[in-house]
Design a protein around this ligand. Structure first.
Ligand code: GN1
Ligand code: MG
Length: 368
């Protein structure tokens, strides 16, 4: 920790922060990036900022990521200003430029750092506590997509190629099974069978997009519930974070990952599988919240796959966890042995639960 504080002191000097750093802590232990919150004394007032080191293994081109984030956050801010909205710096991330005006700092050791305004008075949750929270999540990402429908100046960069290309994800799994690099395939046999048995899911949305039945849109692509900041007092969604994967995609990918992360009462790595289930009251509120704004621009073809998208994205993340488990845990940070296998099992259990309720889920959306 001492080392990190020292390192952060050096990092902090690179940005346009008008204060002295007092202390810093690890803020969020995500699967990918390293995130710190730092407290500064600024003219006698304490203010906080977020410093984040971008994971270069995952994001091969950090400047391209930052370019997207600048375009997206600037556009959202302008749109909110045009609506005379209030509380704007709590509703969209604000990037603090470096002292020479760049969106990020590249340190001598080749690492990429960026800084955001710390949003005060909000909290995030790993699991949903109430239908109202599901509603807030749906609304937050529906609003986010809707604020970006008129983003000018062309297509965003693809920060990770084929990120939600389920066919590619499936092929990667097949390869990992074949290589069986760390000898784990035998013990993961039931999960492997489940995955291979669900191959028919993987091309549905890809095909519809290839045939232009479903349009490409600007999407967040990582709409986990813990990426929504809720006001500590009112519980209202304020801001969505983790914008690294904002890029061209399918609106349904965003909705699907919300189903994955807001409808079960459990954490993503719950080991008691009997607790993992898609809860209808959560789904209903989630869909209501999302469609309140997204319903205005989604096409009929998109709406028809709403329930399916939850199953697909839950399956997709499940096979990604399984692939990483079979490959020796090189992508997702793990905190215990077989962690990625546990995560995979939880996803597959949820897929089964969605499967059983898919008709009712879609029926509800059709009637909205
Ligand atoms: C990763 O870093 P985090 O937790 O926000 C991953 C997502 C997965 C998620 C699963 C860039 O997101 O795609 O859905 O883990 N992000 C990347 O929890 O791969
Ligand atoms: Mg993320």
């Amino acid at each position: 920790m001492a080392y990190k504080e020292k390192q952060l002191q050096n990092i902090s000097k690179q940005f346009q922060i008008y204060g002295e750093i007092l202390h810093a802590e690890t803020f969020k232990i995500g699967h990918i990036n390293e995130t710190y919150s730092a407290t500064y004394d600024q003219g006698g007032m304490r203010v906080r900022y977020i410093h984040q080191k971008i994971n270069k293994n995952v994001f091969k081109n950090p400047p391209a990521v930052m370019k997207n984030i600048m375009r997206v956050t600037t556009h959202i801010r302008r749109r909110l200003e045009a609506q005379d909205a209030r509380d704007i710096t709590r509703r969209s991330l604000v990037v603090i430029p470096t002292r020479d005006g760049q969106s990020h700092y590249r340190s001598p050791d080749g690492e990429y750092w960026r800084t955001f305004v710390f949003i005060e008075g909000v909290q995030t949750f790993e699991a949903v506590q109430s239908p109202d929270q599901a509603l807030q999540a749906g609304r937050a990402f529906g609003d986010f997509q809707s604020l970006l429908v008129d983003l000018p100046d062309g297509r965003l960069n693809e920060t990770i190629l084929g990120f939600h290309n389920t066919r590619q994800r499936f092929t990667a799994l097949q390869q990992a099974i074949q290589r069986d690099h760390v000898n784990r395939a035998q013990a993961a046999k039931p999960e492997i069978e489940f995955a291979l048995g669900h191959e028919s899911l993987v091309d549905v949305i890809l095909d519809a997009m290839a045939k232009k039945k479903i349009p490409e849109r600007i999407t967040h692509n990582d709409t986990k519930f813990n990426n929504v900041m809720l006001d500590t007092v009112t519980g209202e969604a304020k801001c969505v974070v983790d914008l690294d994967t904002v890029m061209p995609g399918c609106a349904l990918y965003d909705f699907g990952d919300m189903v994955r992360t807001t409808t079960s009462p459990t954490l993503e790595d719950e080991q008691d599988l009997s607790k993992v289930k898609m809860q209808m009251p959560m789904f209903k509120k989630l869909a209501e919240g999302y469609l309140a704004t997204a319903g205005r621009f989604l096409t009929r073809a998109e709406k028809a796959l709403i329930a399916f998208s939850g199953k697909l994205i839950t399956f997709e993340i499940g096979i990604r966890f399984l692939t990483d488990h079979l490959s020796g845990d090189t992508y997702f940070r793990i905190h215990r042995p077989d962690h990625n296998l546990d995560r995979c099992r939880t996803q597959f259990k949820l897929v089964e639960s969605i499967e059983r309720q898919e008709k009712a889920m879609q029926g509800y959306v059709d009637r909205l």
